[in-house]
Write a protein that binds this ligand. Structure first.
Ligand code: SF4
Length: 491
């Protein structure tokens, strides 16, 4: 009998709160194919994990002042602090490298790396180590279907191939063929370092019969709560926001959903396995298909009595988006504890520029209804989208002042220009349509556009921005509303 292939999966995503869903799915697919899988999870080796969000203190506000500063006199010091922070976050962690070295000495047949873009330096080091042992390396991640990014990453040493696509069903065969040294170009989405590549795969249409993710390798005792990640569908039914990169990733392209019953069956199974009734639904827009959204709401407590969960929605303009007052009350009764949505701005003109598909009044009503239903409301927001004026910022401040008591957390980020987005398409086609953007250049390895947003340097704009930062901090420094604490720091 041929021995089972020995697969080393290195999870470079060191999240503090729950296991990495993508790794759990890959591992399940490999183990179902009788492979001998080892998962190297940094948190299991006491590597400090990334905390997504927490009740803020003065240091968080200070950091935000520095990062959001657009004062021209502080340009150099701000860039210096940012560069230092980014180097620190993405540096290969010595403990992880030590554990990878030990794991490679056990002679796995292959190394699989599932990565985000800040992992480049770690991938380089792991690639070199694997090459020393003559072990093939496959590297994959959500953005590797975007060719300009992929080309940069093909420079990682020791790389056998880079995979840009959803490999839920093909991974075991890909792994076997890689170990056997066979040509991988018969699989779609494969890039070789020498420039050969196969066609881009179409998004996986049928999400039924995907294996239940295997999270048994994760250090459950190290997480503050036992929260299980899950996903009901891939992509977003709107998919038009100009800044959004999620809908261009390998698994975010086009919206596809599972059926309600198999989804609930999976949640029940995971709840039994991991002895927990708490879930985070990682869909980028869980109300994309209101049948799934309502199906979960109607059945969560029947199937898992006492369950608690959190989710992200989009307050879109469909006549029925599943987010009425009644829906939100029912959602709370079904165990939904926290709800997150992309508010982005309190200015309709700016939301329209982004093609966000939202109305300020609907966002306002949604926040009030969700709060009244007993939900902890979290919003993500964006500052510095090209075209944002001082007046737009002032409207956002006013909006937040009005809703301050109803909001539990705000995730405020600065606009990032990302390759593959509608923003890139428009900007590259006609830079003049963004007259306030200057000194633009793309960095494909880090998947970022570097530029200057001239409007942001003016005194009036900066004053409005300071008000925005203050109100965000005044909200984020409060504890979460009672009952939701167990779900803090997840989103
Ligand atoms: S609604 Fe959210 S997920 Fe959908 S395109 Fe907009 S930002 Fe992206």
């Amino acid at each position: 009998m041929t021995p089972s292939p020995k697969v080393l999966v290195v999870d470079l995503n060191n999240f503090a709160s729950y296991p990495t869903l993508a790794i759990g799915s890959l591992v399940a697919s490999l183990r179902n194919a009788e492979m001998d899988v080892t998962v190297l999870c940094p948190l299991s080796h006491d590597v400090p994990a990334m905390v997504r969000e927490r009740q803020e203190g003065w240091k968080d506000q200070l950091q935000r002042w520095v990062f959001f500063s657009t004062n021209p006199a502080l340009n150099w010091s701000r860039h210096g602090v940012r560069a230092l922070r980014s180097w620190w976050i993405s540096r290969p962690h010595p403990r992880v490298m030590q554990e990878v070295t030990c794991a490679l000495e056990k002679k796995p047949d292959i190394v699989l790396l599932s990565v985000y873009l800040n992992h480049y330096p770690s991938c380089v080091e792991i690639g070199k180590l694997a090459a020393k042992h003559g072990i093939p390396v496959l590297l994959g991640g959500p953005v590797f279907n975007i060719e300009l990014i992929t080309k940069e990453w093909l420079r990682v040493p020791g790389l056998t191939a880079l995979i840009g696509g959803e490999v839920d069903r093909t991974l075991p065969d890909l792994v076997r063929d890689t170990i056997a040294g066979k040509d991988l170009l018969k699989y779609e989405g494969v890039f070789y370092p020498d420039g050969r590549r196969s066609p881009t795969p179409a998004p996986l249409k049928d999400l039924s019969s995907l294996p239940v993710p295997d999270f048994t390798d994760f250090p459950w005792g190290a997480y503050p709560g036992r929260v299980i990640p899950a996903m009901a569908g891939r992509g977003c039914s709107w998919g038009r926001c100009k800044f959004c990169a999620d809908v261009y990733t390998a698994n975010g392209r086009t919206f596809r959903t599972r059926a309600v019953t198999p989804m609930l069956d999976e949640l029940v199974e995971l709840s039994k396995r991991h002895k927990s009734k708490n879930f985070i639904l990682l869909d980028i827009k869980l109300n994309s298909d209101v049948r799934m959204w309502r199906g979960l709401i109607e059945n969560f407590q029947n199937r898992i009595p006492g369950a608690g969960w959190v989710a992200t929605v989009h307050v879109d303009q469909r006549p029925d988006n599943g987010l009425s007052k009644e829906d939100l009350l029912a959602a709370r009764q079904s165990g939904l504890m926290r709800i997150n949505f992309g508010l982005e701005s309190g200015s309709q003109a700016l939301l329209d520029k982004m093609d966000k598909g939202c109305k300020v009044e609907s966002n306002s009503r949604f926040i009030t209804d969700a709060y009244d239903a007993g939900l902890s409301v979290r919003v993500s927001m964006m500052q510095g989208y090209p075209g944002e004026t001082t007046e737009d910022l002032q409207m956002t401040v006013k909006f937040l002042q009005e809703h301050r008591p109803q909001l539990d957390r705000i995730r405020l980020s600065q606009f990032k220009a990302i390759p593959g987005t509608r923003f890139q398409e428009e900007f590259d086609r006609d830079p003049q349509s963004y007259p306030d953007v200057s000194r633009f250049s793309w960095d494909y390895r880090d998947a970022r556009g570097k530029f200057r947003y001239n409007t942001a340097s003016s005194r009036k704009y900066r004053r409005a921005k300071r008000q925005l930062l203050s109100i965000v901090h005044s909200i984020n420094k409060r504890p979460l509303r009672p009952g939701a604490e167990e779900f803090d720091g997840l989103m």
